[in-house]
Design a protein. Structure first.
Length: 132
């Protein structure tokens, strides 16, 4: 479990977000592929709103104002958290990194730009569009 702050200083906790299936996206503010994925997830969130899935975007930058500005510009409706120094080693893997957590375990991982994050994680988007 993790607990991180969002751009406004509020706590975002994994145990709360993971009460339903949760897509966790790890991203950097200056990575073009990451910014594209943020925009894409924001657009997809509109079709999933009210459904049993959460999307949490965890920024791994060391610069909180830069991270907050990028999050607000690209995906203001999504939940954001800032990992900063603690997650900086993730920068060594192809970003963005997205994981699907369901029933308390990571069920799928996607690294690097793949075009359609939810689909690359094997999420059945149509099933998530069903009744809440």
């Amino acid at each position: 479990d993790w607990s991180l702050q969002d751009g406004r200083g509020r706590q975002v906790r994994s145990d709360v977000q993971r009460e339903v299936p949760c897509v966790e996206l790890f991203w950097r503010s200056e990575d073009e592929a990451c910014l594209r994925v943020l925009v894409q997830l924001s657009e997809q969130w509109a079709t999933l709103e009210g459904r049993p899935v959460n999307i949490v975007c965890v920024n791994i930058d060391r610069d909180l104002p830069l991270a907050a500005a990028a999050a607000e510009r690209c995906a203001p409706r999504l939940v954001h958290a800032v990992g900063g120094e603690d997650l900086a080693p993730l920068g060594a893997v192809p970003l963005p990194v997205a994981g699907l957590v369901a029933d308390g375990r990571v069920t799928a991982v996607s690294a690097g730009w793949k075009g359609a994050v939810l689909e690359s994680l094997g999420l059945q988007v149509e099933a998530l569009r069903g009744a809440p």
